[in-house]
Design a protein around this ligand. Structure first.
Ligand code: NAD
Length: 462
């Protein structure tokens, strides 16, 4: 048997492969175990990246049909070649997969292809196409992520009823798509298929969309998305979904069933821990199946760590990356930290929705005093010039000391704009600090500065 690895990472998603690279940078001999041929996990294969490829492409299509003529561009007979659109998306995924393979090679990280299982005592079994092998690791990191959740009576059928994975590759545009769940996936993929011509009905159990998002922002998002053509049925509990040929039937509590030709189940995700050997290795999970860890990402088994979706919290690629880096740094140096109060979230609808820090709802519930500044994109020159007038920025600052507690944006490029807020908050900025930073003109970023000025009721352009 060869020398033990310093670190074996199970799962090469954004949490796992980033942790392996950081470990290599810190001088550790690392390996990743991944059962899919492609690296990058859900995020790269069937999540963030392919969905963004489709969102960007369908946005171009939508603009060519609705915005071009207003601005003097004549583009008649614009139509969609769906197989080519899908091939472009698959090409993006393949390129990025190649990029990760190169990064692993560069850092001399071994890649073992197969399903990883813990055997206890620092041993990992890898069952792959060429048989079963065992490896020893001084440290083992579980980064196996999550899979789409479903409920009894509401399961994917491999054809008409799918999860986000299938909805990223449907071969034709549905006439009527029912999306179950008005969360991030439901709204992003609902937007893709609506732009391609489907009637999209979104059924949501709660009385609002995007639970957890600042409620004022969610309300604005609903208004805008409705105007674009998404239909929302809130307070609607789905009980059963079935398909017969190309017809699907969605049964809901206390209302008539809905007929459609495709269903997207987007009701959340659950930890991916099947056949990992958790019990055998003495690793405890909570009631929802997430692996229990302490503040150093140690599980209940000595030498075994876990990060990312599989430990719960925000199911975001960048949160997993941060945890992977912090975990490995703690192992190697004794130090490592994730600031959970400052993890941005982005929803890639049009306009985008982005937030970091606390919402007004959180603060009101906690009885914490705050002041709010708001600024509309409609009052920003760059937004007008580029035709991106919808939405606003909201800066929330502590009533006592003006420290920024949260920033919430619905508007064009919100996902890029939020980075300024996250950096400012990491440095403990006040709204006055942001307001006093010179922002280039004309840029959308001026909306953030104006919202910060608005906290003290001195926005210039409103
Ligand atoms: P979600 O938790 O964001 O939303 C699921 C929604 O389904 C909720 O609003 C819930 O109330 C509703 N729901 C649950 N059961 C229902 C029922 N029986 N009938 C009707 N509605 C029901 O989950 P998601 O959209 O599936 O996303 C999964 C995870 O992946 C989330 O944590 C999300 O943050 C993450 N994700 C993030 C991004 C991004 O950052 N852009 C993109 C995709 C996914």
């Amino acid at each position: 048997m060869s020398d033990p690895y310093d670190l074996i990472v199970i799962g090469a998603g954004p949490g796992g492969y980033v942790a392996a690279i950081r470990a290599a940078q810190l001088g550790m001999k690392a390996a990743v175990v991944e059962r899919e041929e492609r690296l990058g996990g859900t995020c790269l294969r069937v999540g963030c990246i392919p969905s963004k490829a489709l969102l960007e492409t369908t946005d171009l299509f939508e603009k060519s049909r609705h915005d071009f003529s207003e601005r003097g561009i004549i583009a008649s007979d614009v139509s969609v070649d769906l197989p080519k659109m899908m091939a472009h998306k698959d090409g993006v995924v393949a390129q990025l997969d190649g990029g990760i393979q190169s990064l692993l090679k560069k850092h001399r990280i071994d890649r073992h292809f197969g399903h990883g299982r813990l055997l206890g005592d620092g041993k990992v079994e890898v069952a792959g196409p060429s048989g079963t092998t065992q490896f020893d690791g001084k440290h083992i990191l579980i980064a196996t992520g999550s899979v789409a959740a479903s409920f009894p009576g509401m399961e994917p059928d491999g054809d008409r009823i799918g999860t986000s994975t299938e909805a990223l590759s449907w071969p034709d545009v549905p006439d009527h798509l029912v999306v179950i769940g008005a969360g991030v996936i439901g709204l992003e993929l609902g937007t893709v298929w609506r732009r391609l011509g489907a009637q999209v009905s979104v059924l949501e159990y709660l009385p609002r969309i995007l639970p957890g998002t600042d409620s004022q922002i969610a309300h604005e998002a609903q208004k805008i998305l409705q105007k674009q053509g998404l239909e929302f049925h809130l307070g609607t509990k789905v009980q059963n979904v079935s398909a017969d040929g190309t017809n699907c039937r969605v049964e809901i509590e206390s209302d008539a069933p809905i007929e459609c030709d495709r269903v997207l189940i987007a009701v959340g995700r659950r930890p991916c821990t099947e056949r990992l050997g958790l019990n055998h290795a003495g690793i405890e999970t909570d009631q929802r199946g997430f692996i229990r860890v302490n503040s150093a990402y140690r599980t209940t088994a000595p030498g075994v760590f876990a990060i990312g979706d599989v430990i719960g919290g925000a199911m975001l690629a960048h949160k997993a990356e941060e945890e992977g880096i912090a975990c490995v740094e703690k192992i190697a140096t004794g130090h490592g930290h994730v600031n959970y109060g400052n993890i941005p979230g982005v929803i890639y609808t049009a306009p985008e929705i982005a937030s970091v820090g606390e919402t007004e709802d959180d603060l009101t519930e906690r009885g914490h005093g705050y002041r709010v500044g708001r600024f509309s994109f409609a009052a920003n020159g760059r937004a007008r010039a580029s035709g991106h007038m919808e939405g606003f920025v909201k800066v929330i600052a502590d009533a006592e000391n003006d420290r920024v507690l949260g920033v919430h944006i619905i508007g064009a490029h919100a996902g890029e704009l939020i980075a300024e807020a996250a950096v400012a908050m990491e440095f403990g900025a006040s709204s006055e600090d942001i307001a006093r930073c010179c922002h280039a003109h004309p840029t959308l970023a001026e909306t953030v500065r104006e919202a910060a000025l608005a906290v003290d009721k001195r926005a210039i352009h409103s």
